[in-house]
Design a protein around this ligand. Structure first.
Ligand SMILES: NC(=O)C1=CN([C@@H]2O[C@H](COP(=O)(O)OP(=O)(O)OC[C@H]3O[C@@H](n4cnc5c(N)ncnc54)[C@H](OP(=O)(O)O)[C@@H]3O)[C@@H](O)[C@H]2O)C=CC1
Ligand SMILES: CC(=O)[C@@H](O)[C@H](O)COP(=O)(O)O
Ligand SMILES: [Mn+2]
Length: 395
């Protein structure tokens, strides 16, 4: 007897992770069927995905975009129900018919539907690192109480997960520390004096991955790695001092674990997000991802270096924020989202992203949040302060 296919909701299906997820799913039509797809602005892209994957639901973040999609769906005679808004995103994440949720909305906007999936006990594939940076302990409580499975999709965290013993109870006694690797971004060798003149398109030209614009800017400042340090703290229940960062420009090693006897395990592969996505979907099994295998004989070199504080000051905010009361990582994430948006809109210089983040962390000093409402209040206060900092720097 063949087993029934797993039903999947993809939050953020029109983005880089969403498109890669659908690519992997299209290779395994016998194993997965799409239950719901969601997007914010790209109506035609979501329409094309509905045609190709026949989901039961398509959700747009706003009523206006949902209206446009609805009209196009009717024109094409597609049997998909179009929904709109924040509650609909949560509904298609928690629906009893859904088994797997890929959380691939960018930013804190993804927190509520990702939490809904966690609370409903889904197999939750987490790409949206900001949701965990914002939610922290409350997010992990929701995963535990929901009784589902949380699997990392971020390439570094998938690598670490693959290197750790399968039984998480053995992690604390065996592990010494983890090493998150980073490309160092497109400005690894750019003179520091040139950083104020960096344009959004230059910042979004990541050396190894084609990604959304927000994460691409984060990679250029290494704030992406700062968020990943915080993400690792929660995913692997590690104290901040056991999380280290190393620049590895080729991104062949996706991260490493050093054990108590100094032995190091690393996960390697070509830089292609379809590998961690396929692993998350098929875990604990393995299946074809579509990625090219590594060709060791043509690998020229693998190099490593420490990240320099003067080039990447934002990276070091992560450890500071983790040592402060828990809502501090919510403040850092909110400030960074505001600063990156301002940079992409050319209202802030590249080198001023750090200034906004640092000033916001200094001004907003939260105490540990005990509910989602308290978290959202911290997020709102930090966003207002960060916007004020953007205005101050422009003046
Ligand atoms: N790209 C990558 O390789 C990696 C990404 N990640 C993480 O995965 C997440 C997604 O990244 P990526 O795919 O690059 O981002 P993209 O910007 O490419 O895609 C974001 C997706 O979220 C949707 N979206 C944006 N804003 C909202 C909103 N307010 N409400 C609902 N939906 C929204 C977008 O819709 P629309 O396009 O229709 O506007 C799009 O589908 C991020 O958290 C990132 O850090 C982690 C590791 C690697
Ligand atoms: C593919 C992925 O997981 C990204 O987070 C990627 O690692 C970005 O690379 P850097 O942030 O190290 O440049
Ligand atoms: Mn990553």
């Amino acid at each position: 007897m063949t087993s029934p296919r797993q039903t999947v909701t993809i939050l953020g299906s029109t983005g880089s992770i969403g498109v890669n997820t659908l690519d992997v799913i299209s290779r395994h039509p016998d194993r997965y069927e799409v239950f719901a797809l969601t997007a914010a602005t790209q109506v035609e892209a979501l329409l094309a995905q509905c045609q190709a994957f026949s989901p039961r639901y398509a959700v747009m973040a706003s009523a206006d975009h949902a209206g446009q999609l609805s009209a196009r769906v009717k024109e094409m005679g597609l049997p998909v129900q179009v929904l709109a808004g924040a509650q609909a995103l949560c509904d298609v994440s928690a629906d009893p018919s859904v088994q797997v949720v890929m959380a691939a909305i960018v930013g804190a906007a993804g927190l509520a539907p990702t939490l809904a999936a966690a609370r409903a006990g889904k197999k939750l594939l987490l790409a949206n690192k900001e949701a965990l940076v914002v939610g922290g302990g409350l997010f992990m409580d929701a995963v535990r109480d929901g009784g589902g499975t949380l699997l990392p999709i971020d390439s570094e965290h998938s690598a670490i997960f693959q290197c750790l013993p399968e039984d998480a109870r053995h992690w604390p006694s065996r592990l010494d520390h983890i090493l998150l690797t980073s490309s160092g971004g497109p400005f690894r060798e750019t003179p520091l004096s040139a950083l104020p003149g960096i344009t959004p398109n230059q910042a979004c030209a990541h050396p190894n991955f084609v990604m959304g614009r927000k994460i691409s800017v984060d990679s250029a400042t290494m704030m992406n790695k700062a968020l990943e340090v915080i993400e690792a703290r929660w995913l692997f229940d590690l104290p901040p001092e056991k999380i280290k960062v190393l620049i590895h420009p080729q991104q062949i090693i996706h991260s490493m674990v050093q054990f108590k006897d100094t032995s190091v395990l690393a996960q390697l592969g070509t830089p292609d997000m379809r590998v961690p996505i396929a692993y998350g979907l098929s875990w604990p099994e393995r299946m074809e991802s579509g990625a090219q295998p590594l060709d060791f004989s043509s690998l020229v070199s693998m190099t490593f270096m420490d990240p320099q504080r003067e080039r990447y000051p934002g990276l070091y905010l992560s450890w500071d924020a983790l040592l402060a009361p828990e809502g501090t990582t919510t403040v850092l994430n909110a400030a960074n989202e505001v600063a990156v948006a301002a940079f992409l809109e050319q209202r802030l210089r590249f080198d001023q992203i750090h200034a906004v983040n640092h000033a916001t962390l200094t001004a907003v000093l939260p105490s540990k949040p005990h509910s989602l409402d308290e978290l959202m209040a911290i997020d709102a206060e930090a966003r207002a302060m960060a916007e004020a900092q953007v205005h101050r720097l422009r003046a």
